[in-house]
Design a protein around this ligand. Structure first.
Ligand SMILES: [Zn+2]
Length: 312
C-alpha cells in the first residue's frame, strides 16, 4: 500500500447546526472523489483510534483537555466560541480526529506506509494550547508533531500549513520549540485576524509565516513557497513532514480570496514530497483542515493525495 487513509464514522456525527460550513458532508465528498478517481484503491483504509489524554496533553494543557471532554451537551448545542458549537457527538469526533493524526504518525514512522492522509473533522489548526477556536477543539497536527518528537524520538519535524487561514493554534503550541519548523502561507485580513492588528504573529525563529493579500493568485502563492518555505525546509532537514491540509484558498471556496486552483495543491504537494524524499525518507502525515465548498474541496484533496501516493 502506498498510503494510509485514516478516518472514522464518529467524525461525521459532530455537526454545528444547519448551514454551518464545517459540515459532515465534507468527508463524504472527499471519499467519493477518491473512490471515483480510483485513488482509494492505492490506500490502506484505517479506523482512527481515540486519542488519549496523555497524547493530547503534549499539545494542550491538561485542564483544557478535561474541560473539553466534560463540556459536550447531552442534547442540542453548546456555543463555545462565535463560530464553534458542540453537539453530543463532538467529543468522540475530536478524539478520533486527534487519534487519527497519532495513528498516522505511528504507521508512517513504523514503516508500514510512507504517507498517510487523515480525513477527519473537527479540524485542528486554530485550537490553541488552552482555547477552542474557529471550528477546532484539539490541534490534530500539533498533537502528531509532538507524538513524533516525544514518543518516536525524532529530532526535527516540519509542520506545513497551506490553509487560507493562519494556523494560530499550531503557532501558539509550537512557537519556540526548536525541534519544529512551522511553515505557513495564509491570507492577510482573514480570521483569526492575528496578522494585521495588535495581536501580531509571534516572532519565533522556528516560524516561517508568509501573509499574502487577497487575490494574490497562484503565481504569488508558488513564489512564496519557493522563496520562503523551501529554503527554510532545506536548511532544517526535517525527519518527518506533517501537513495541515486546508483547501479553502481555492478560488471556488468563498471562505477565502487567495484564488488558488486544483493544480496549485498538486504543485505544492510535489514540492513537499521532494523535501520529504531528500530528508525524511519520504515520510508525510497530512491532516485535513479547512475547505468548505464540497466540489473544489474534493478535487483539491484528491490532487494532494494523488501526489502524496506518487500516482501523478
Ligand atoms: Zn481555513
Amino acid at each position: 500500500m502506498l498510503a494510509a487513509y485514516i478516518t472514522h464514522p464518529d467524525c461525521t456525527r459532530h455537526e454545528m447546526g444547519p448551514g454551518h460550513p464545517e459540515c459532515p458532508e465534507r468527508l463524504a465528498a472527499i471519499q467519493d472523489r477518491l473512490l471515483a478517481t480510483g485513488l482509494l484503491d492505492y490506500m490502506l483504509p484505517c479506523e482512527a483510534p481515540l486519542a488519549t489524554e496523555e497524547q493530547l496533553e503534549r499539545a494542550h494543557n491538561a485542564l483544557y483537555v478535561r474541560q473539553v471532554l466534560q463540556s459536550a451537551p447531552a442534547e442540542g448545542y453548546l456555543q463555545v466560541d462565535p463560530d464553534t458549537r458542540m453537539n453530543p457527538y463532538t467529543v468522540p469526533a475530536a478524539l478520533r480526529a486527534a487519534g487519527a493524526a497519532v495513528h498516522a504518525t505511528d504507521l508512517v514512522l513504523g514503516g508500514e506506509v510512507p504517507v498517510a492522509f487523515c480525513a477527519v473533522r473537527p479540524p485542528g489548526h486554530h485550537a490553541e494550547r488552552d482555547a477552542t477556536m474557529g471550528f477546532c477543539f484539539f490541534n490534530n497536527a500539533a498533537v502528531a508533531v509532538r507524538h513524533a518528537l516525544d514518543v518516536h524520538g525524532l529530532s526535527r519535524v516540519a509542520l506545513i500549513d497551506f490553509d487560507v487561514h493562519h494556523g494560530n493554534g499550531s503557532e501558539d503550541i509550537l512557537a519556540g520549540d526548536e525541534r519544529v519548523l512551522m511553515c505557513s502561507i495564509f491570507e492577510i485580513g482573514l480570521y483569526p485576524f492575528n496578522a494585521d492588528d495588535a495581536r501580531s504573529l509571534k516572532d519565533a525563529p522556528n516560524m516561517v509565516n508568509v501573509g499574502l493579500p487577497k487575490r494574490s493568485g497562484s503565481e504569488a502563492f508558488r513564489a512564496a513557497v519557493t522563496d520562503h518555505w523551501l529554503p527554510a525546509l532545506e536548511t532544517f532537514r526535517p525527519d518527518l513532514l506533517v501537513v495541515s491540509a486546508g483547501f479553502d484558498a481555492h478560488r471556488e471556496d468563498d471562505m477565502g480570496n487567495l484564488g488558488l486552483a486544483d493544480a496549485d495543491y498538486e504543485w505544492v504537494t510535489r514540492q513537499l514530497m521532494r523535501v520529504a524524499e531528500r530528508h525524511a525518507k519520504g515520510r508525510v502525515v497530512s491532516c485535513l483542515e479547512g475547505g468548505y465548498v464540497l466540489n473544489p474541496l474534493a478535487r483539491s484533496a484528491a490532487a494532494h493525495i494523488k501526489v502524496l501516493i506518487g500516482a501523478d
